[in-house]
Structure formats: C-alpha cells, structure tokens
Design a protein around this ligand. Structure first.
Ligand code: SF4
Length: 231
C-alpha cells in the first residue's frame, strides 16, 4: 500500500453504538463492513493486518522486525490498547507477550477473563519504537487509522487504555493515570477506562492497600462487573 494511498479513514459502516449493540446477534457483521483508507477498501481485519504488515507510513518501519498488529478474539467485547511493541513483541509479532504481558494475563485471569477468548489486544503504534521510547505524535497519528479501523471492525463495548500514552493518543487527556484510572469515558461508541500499564506495575511491586497493584485489582473487578452485566 503506497503512502499516498493512505490519507484518510472513512468509515462506511453503521455507528459504533449500533455495532456494539447488534454484535451478539450478527456473527457476520465484521465481514460485511468495509473500511476505506485512501483509495483502498478493507472488508476484514485480516485484510487490514495484511496491509499493516508491509506498512511504511512512518519511520518505525525502518527498525522493526515484525509489525505487531493484534492478538486475541476479533469478536471480543473487551479491547485492550497499549502503547507499542517492546523487544519481545517485535521479535514475535504479538502484543503483550513479555513480562508485562504475562502480568496482564495474570491480572485478567484473576477475574476469570481469558486473554485469547475475552479480549482483543493491540497498541497505539504497531511497530516498536527504538529502545522502547514513547511513540512520537507523528508516529501515533500515522498509525491511528489502523487503530480506528480495528475498533470499527471489532466493535468492542469496553476498552481498556493501558498507560498514559494510550490515554493521551485516544482520549487526549494528559492527567496522570493515577488521577483518572478506574473511570469510564466515552470513546468511539465504547466505554473506555484508563488503567495502569502492566510494566508500571512491574516496577511497583507492592500489593498494599492503595498501591498501584491494589488499585489495578479494584479496576479489573469493575471491568469484570461491567462485562458480566453485558452478558
Ligand atoms: S507504526 Fe504503524 S504507521 Fe508506522 S510503519 Fe508501523 S504500522 Fe505503519
């Protein structure tokens, strides 16, 4: 896909709200939708992933090993968005598979949320920033159309925004995660909650009341309640 072909994202399908509400009753929905980026239309997430796998829209393409598109269930009600791939993710082509990813899996499992079945996981940028630096505004903007297309195809009811970079490049909030975590915000027709990034929890290992890990435990219980309520 040539760079000039990917200028704007046009969503030609129903609203996110309608998708989220109808998703349970329409198993073929994601195959009937068409998303157009520039002059090219994508009828499925697979087609979008294939296009991303050879993407050269930003300079991160020059240093990546693999494009890290997503993992999990494309029909999940819960989407998790992180910052970007780290070394392990770059090597494997899968998001959240390093130590932070393993911790995320444990956190999800603690409330009986199965990563592969119950969630769809991706990142703000699909290619690893060198030395795990924070993606630039330009890189995030270049990659955002893929993210918006993923949200459109998946149509999640709930979105978890893991870490401040994910929050800034979606909700455009700059408050520290500690101030806004555990609250629901409207985003693309879904309810989105900022949470601590699991790599932050690895650096703050105490589980005492009020600690980041304890707060994460409160947040993930809220997420589970909301998921259960959705049925
Ligand atoms: S980070 Fe996104 S926009 Fe940049 S090269 Fe990778 S897939 Fe393309």
């Amino acid at each position: 896909m040539a760079e000039q072909d990917i200028r704007q994202l046009t969503i030609t399908s129903a609203s996110q709200n309608n998708r989220a509400e109808n998703k349970e009753n329409d198993s073929s929905l994601r195959f009937e939708e068409v998303i157009t980026i520039g002059d090219i239309s994508f009828a499925s997430l697979d087609a979008l992933a294939k296009a991303a796998s050879v993407c050269t829209r930003c300079d991160l393409c020059q240093t990546r090993t693999n494009v890290v598109f997503a993992d999990g269930n494309p029909k999940a009600k819960l989407m998790i968005i992180g910052e970007g791939p780290g070394q392990k993710e770059d090597e494997t082509g899968l998001p959240f598979v390093g130590r932070a990813g393993q911790l995320l899996d444990k956190i999800l499992a603690s409330v009986d949320i199965d990563r592969q079945w119950d969630t769809y996981i991706c990142n703000i940028v699909k290619c690893r920033p060198p030395l795990n630096r924070v993606p630039t505004k330009e890189e995030a903007a270049a990659c955002k159309e893929y993210l918006m297309a993923q949200i459109t195809f998946v149509g999640p009811a709930l979105i978890l925004l893991a870490g401040s970079t994910a929050v800034q490049y979606t909700l455009q909030l700059k408050e520290p995660i500690s101030k806004i975590r555990g609250r629901w915000f409207d985003y693309c027709g879904a309810k989105a909650m900022p949470i601590f990034h699991p790599s932050y929890l690895l650096r703050n290992d105490t589980k005492t009341v009020g600690s980041p890990k304890w707060l994460m435990w409160q947040d993930i219980k809220l997420v589970k309640e909301e998921l259960s309520r959705l049925g």
